[in-house]
Design a binder for this molecule. Structure first.
Ligand code: AOF
Ligand code: ZN
Length: 367
């Protein structure tokens, strides 16, 4: 098989894998394509909840056609006896001749062992192709495995001059319907949507995915040191149907904790540092609870504290052609910088028109 063909089928495996993003945590969202004589005979991706894994599903579809075929997998097939038997064993048993996967699984139970087992069984293994793209797709899973925290995408939709509301708090419809639709699609591809308490109070957001025909909902995370949240708001009313997790200070009022637990929320105690919640402790708490990809939608104070702590992996900006002026509410709180050299910097990955707005997508520089 030539490199261009490998690239094409592996790229397809990667895009199938991405279909599972937001639904497979704490497991990675993997995709698999089985190819026999240049024909796709099986496709699979990690099921919601993280199991079954991608490979056994694709192999089941391929049946006998898997014998002598090439399996394209977006991550090293697992070799451990976890909650399901190892995918390497399934590939070996099916008689696959070759496996193409971009990179090793960082899970210490796998970590090269999957490739080694396949090779030991006489299967040809090709790695390294599309590894940057796969690294991005699995960045959340890898970060949680290595550092115990999820990947953080920070979204800021603002006016041309970086404001998110007028001085009186009027914030509806800064960006257009296409941008809003994109936000919903991005929510769906993350394990959780996260906001600070100020936003939860000011906007009373639902934080659900709507209008895309998707049944799955991401977890809704609210960061609130004192659990200072409206008891009659949308989050409180719907916490029993769609998960609400509250990251609060260890010093929060126990009665309020009980109230929110009663409403159906999950409470995650986090450390307080210098009078505010320590953002690293918040993310570690979320990582411990299984999250791999978090979509932060502000507000300004939470966004600033994450940026200050160098915990933002990706920025998603949406900018509207409207000017609000200095008295408007800035999208970011104070960062306390004196020198530009200290300012968090990101590298542009993509920019394009989105309806009447501009979408710009940045990733951490040198990360
Ligand atoms: C694969 N294909 O589709 C996925 C894999 O708890 P378990 O038994 O489900 O195992 C989880 C681990 O399996 C996870 O940490 C990661 O290493 C791997 N995920 N592997 O071959 C898949 N989702
Ligand atoms: Zn597996």
């Amino acid at each position: 098989m030539n490199a261009a063909t490998d690239r094409r089928f592996l790229s397809l495996a990667l895009s199938l894998g991405r279909r599972g993003q937001g639904t497979t945590w704490p497991n990675p969202a993997v995709g698999c394509v089985i190819v026999q004589h240049s024909r796709i005979v099986g496709r699979g991706w990690t099921a919601p909840g993280g199991r079954p894994h991608a490979e056994p599903q694709a192999l089941a579809q391929a049946g006998q056609a898997a014998r002598g075929a090439t399996a394209y997998v977006s991550l090293e097939p697992c070799s451990h006896h976890g909650q399901t038997p190892p995918c390497t064993d399934a590939l070996i048993a099916a008689g696959v001749a070759r496996v193409v996967a971009p990179l090793e699984d960082m899970d210490p139970r796998v970590s090269g062992e999957g490739f080694a087992r396949l090779r030991a069984a006489g299967i040809e293994v090709t790695t390294g192709l599309l590894s940057d793209e796969a690294g991005r797709d699995h960045a959340g899973f890898f970060l949680r495995t290595e550092q115990g925290r999820p990947f953080v995408t920070l979204k800021l939709a603002s006016s041309f001059d970086g404001r998110i509301a007028t001085a009186t708090g009027d914030s509806q419809w800064i960006t257009g319907p296409e941008a809003r639709r994109h936000v919903h699609a991005m929510r769906a591809r993350h394990d959780a949507v996260m906001v600070g308490a100020g936003t939860a109070r000011a906007d009373d957001p639902g934080l659900t995915v709507r209008g895309l025909g998707i049944a799955h909902q991401p977890v809704r995370v609210v960061v609130s040191r004192r659990i200072d949240l409206p008891l009659m708001g949308q989050l409180a009313r719907t916490a029993k149907e769609t998960p609400v997790w509250i990251c609060h200070g260890t010093d929060a009022d126990p009665t309020l904790r009980d109230t929110w637990t009663g409403l159906g929320a999950r409470l995650i105690p986090c450390e307080v540092m210098g009078g505010q919640l320590d953002p690293l402790s918040v993310l570690k708490g979320l990582g411990e609870a299984g999250l791999t990809r978090v979509f932060c939608e502000g507000g300004g104070a939470l966004a600033a504290s994450l940026l200050q702590a160098d915990l933002v992996d990706e920025l998603l900006g949406m900018t509207a052609g409207v000017a609000i002026g200095a008295e408007g509410l800035p999208s970011l709180g104070a960062l306390g910088l004196s020198r530009l050299a200290e300012a968090p910097r990101f590298r542009l990955r993509e920019s394009r028109m989105l309806g009447g707005d501009v979408l710009h997508h940045w990733e951490r520089a040198g990360g």
